[in-house]
Design a binder for this molecule. Structure first.
Ligand code: SF4
Length: 219
């Protein structure tokens, strides 16, 4: 697809998805930048609903970077246990607290690259934090739904890596919609373009989706 066509198609996809989902979500609960960093780190390989159940209590106990830095690692492991990969996640949260206290006066840095220096924070998390907390759109955040759906729609080759999808979307999504495309694709991925059983016949994007048209042919 040529660049101009990709832009046009993306604008159409955005317009339709915004109309279809005037309210997106539910997403992670948070009230401070630190809470969003923690919740996003816990959401790897876990549903937002599960993370919200865990953080409801976690955020009452750990309120500052210092609290995570001083955490008892066994207690923290138990507290994040049900989000999966609990040993790694607990270790990263404690280290993240230490790094924030040591290098950033306990504050979450307002910088895309600096955020990625925090343990457990990669480009996806950094992009979400920059958009949601600081209203600065540095990159599309490519989560599992975006990674799956963007190639189906022809915005990246089928089988493209997360990084390939990210670069491709960053080139064709208007900057102010970087967060929107993430939240809209997640919402569409949960409701209609469900992994392994996409509901193509009732998808509002069917005429724009090469994969969907193939799926319909096979029915
Ligand atoms: S047409 Fe099918 S594969 Fe394409 S986005 Fe819609 S549900 Fe997904």
């Amino acid at each position: 697809m040529r660049v101009k066509e990709s832009h046009k198609k993306m604008n159409e996809v955005l317009e339709r998805l915004k109309k279809e989902y005037p309210v997106t979500g539910p997403f992670l609960d948070w009230t401070t930048p630190l809470e969003l960093v923690v919740a996003t780190a816990l959401s790897a390989q876990c549903t937002d609903e599960r993370v919200n159940m865990v953080t409801k209590d976690l955020f009452k106990k750990y309120k500052t970077a210092q609290d995570y830095a001083q955490a008892d690692i066994s207690a923290l492991e138990q507290e994040v246990y049900s989000t999966g990969f609990y040993r790694n996640k607990a270790k990263n949260l404690k280290k993240m607290g230490e790094v924030l206290v040591r290098d950033y006066d306990g504050e979450v840095p307002r910088d895309f690259k600096e955020l990625q220096k925090l343990p457990g924070v990669a480009k996806k998390t950094a992009a979400i934090i920059m958009s949601k907390v600081f209203d600065q759109h540095e990159s599309v955040a490519v989560d599992t739904h975006v990674h799956r759906i963007a190639p189906l729609l022809g915005f990246a080759p089928l089988g493209a890596s997360i990084e390939q999808v990210r670069k491709s979307l960053n080139g064709i999504v208007p900057t102010e919609d970087y967060l929107n495309i993430n939240e809209l694709m997640i919402t569409h991925g949960r409701a209609v373009c469900i992994a392994r059983r996409p509901q193509c016949a009732k998808c509002i994007l069917i005429d724009l989706c090469p994969q969907g048209q193939n799926n319909i042919k096979d029915i």
